[in-house]
Design a protein around this ligand. Structure first.
Ligand code: GLU
Length: 430
């Protein structure tokens, strides 16, 4: 007899705090279960990761001392295919956070219909404090330590917060050295000469734009002249800013780890990208007015794009935002209580698991191209991205309309049905 465990926290090794990412994910699961029919029998599968690896990452610092870092790789679910999801380097990374991020990858990959399970990795480190050589040693040692669970058919890492194509190149090289070959398909988001895909760097921001454009059309919001506020100006936020500005929207406010800036007429996105490349953040950008970080959430805007970390859109911020549309460029930026408030206020939230799925979609293209050693043009990549993401989003909109539920719960319905169907058909081993 299968024992059903629906207690709030069935796992002994985490103690999820209210509003923590794993707790947020668990409440999202609770909301989808009533719509799963007989598949709800398998719902506890969603409430625990299949496998979680914790590794010690010791490295020699440039001054000869040795420092140890905590590293993680969590495979939340592998029912539909190999694990897939990024690796983040951040001082606040925890096992519990990586568990939530890996679970959101399970849902994201299934929502889009990519043949992957969900995984995520992270190292608890402030990469800005490391030299380039230290960063390389950290990346290589971490890759070696998680080498027992990753592989082109097992689990395929990719960039996330504070990781980039250079780090993917070191990961690919380290894994390849250890197996005595060249395994380009072990990570995605690589530099182009190493089997990377055209269009991958901008893919996540492009997906935010594509789903945002469709959502704006649905609520009758013209993009021309729409005011956009963006939290986070990394790979995702800056690309989204560029694409929205290109169709005549005004990026009026940006906030990142260095501060917040505002310009009613719209920021010059290209100049801001150059400023951030030189100074490491938006603070000090002269062609704008600095504002307090908290007032960022209150600036008058039609579109709000949280593209930084989890848990940023709190209940208080959900009550005061003037946005009509929230586009989740980040993973898990909206707390469940805030989700309800936004819903009640008629604000449309395009959830992370579809909104930022452009990155992993092009990662999938990269993985396919690496296997066939046949590479597509950038136009082909972008066109296929638009088709796949556009169709997946349309299906989620239909589901939301049919069941009269939020887009987030609808995305979870579509995704969890796929995951649990696969689970049920594979059956329990042994
Ligand atoms: N880190 C990205 C995400 O959260 C991309 C993952 C991937 O390409 O595997 O979706």
């Amino acid at each position: 007899m299968l024992q059903s465990n629906t207690a709030k926290n069935p796992l002994s090794y985490v103690d999820p705090q209210p509003d923590s990412p794993w707790q947020t994910y668990l409440s999202q699961v609770d909301r989808v279960v009533p719509y799963l029919g007989p598949l709800a029998h398998w719902a506890d599968t969603l409430r625990r990761p299949k496998r979680a690896l914790i590794v010690d990452v010791p490295i020699e610092m440039d001054d000869g001392s040795v420092r140890h870092f905590e590293g993680f790789r969590v495979q939340h679910n592998l029912s539909r295919g190999p694990g897939k999801g990024g690796v983040r380097f951040h001082p606040m990374v925890t096992l519990e956070e990586v568990m939530a991020l890996s679970a959101w990858m399970t849902v994201k990959n299934a929502a889009v219909g990519l043949p992957f399970g969900g995984a995520k990795g992270g190292v608890r480190v402030e990469p800005r404090e490391l030299s380039r050589k230290e960063l390389e040693r950290l990346t290589r040692r971490y890759t070696s330590e998680i080498g027992i669970v990753i592989g082109p058919q097992q689990d395929i890492p990719a960039p996330d917060v504070n990781t980039n194509p250079q780090i993917m190149a070191w990961m690919m090289d380290t894994y390849s050295m250890n197996i005595g070959g060249t395994a380009t398909g072990v990570v995605t988001g690589k530099p182009i000469p190493l089997g990377g895909s055209l269009g991958r760097v901008k893919a996540t921001g492009r997906g935010v734009f594509v789903t945002g454009r469709e959502a704006a059309r649905r609520i009758g919001l013209p993009l021309q002249g729409a005011r956009v506020a963006i939290q986070g100006f990394g790979n995702v936020g800056s690309t989204a800013a560029e694409l929205f500005a290109a169709v005549g929207a005004r990026v009026v406010a940006v906030q990142d780890h260095t501060g917040a800036i505002y310009k009613e007429a719209g920021l010059a996105v290209g100049a801001l990208q150059t400023h951030v490349a030189v100074h490491g953040g938006v603070a000090g950008f002269e062609a704008a007015q600095p504002i307090a970080v908290d007032s960022f959430w209150e600036v008058p805007c039609e579109i709000l794009i949280p593209a930084a970390l989890e848990g940023q859109l709190t209940e208080a911020r959900a009550r005061t935002t003037t946005a009509r549309l929230v586009l989740e460029g980040a993973n898990g930026p909206t707390l469940p209580g805030a989700d309800d408030i936004l819903n009640d206020r008629g604000v449309l939230v395009v959830p992370d698991v579809i909104c930022n799925a452009g990155g992993v979609t092009v990662s999938y293209f990269e993985w396919v191209q690496d296997f066939s050693s046949f590479f597509w043009s950038e136009d082909e990549i972008n066109a296929r991205l638009e088709t796949i993401l556009g169709n997946a989003f349309a299906q989620i909109l239909d589901t939301a309309d049919r069941l009269k539920i939020s887009l987030r719960t609808a995305a979870f319905v579509v995704a969890c049905e796929r995951v649990l169907q696969a689970r049920a058909e594979r059956g329990l081993y042994p």
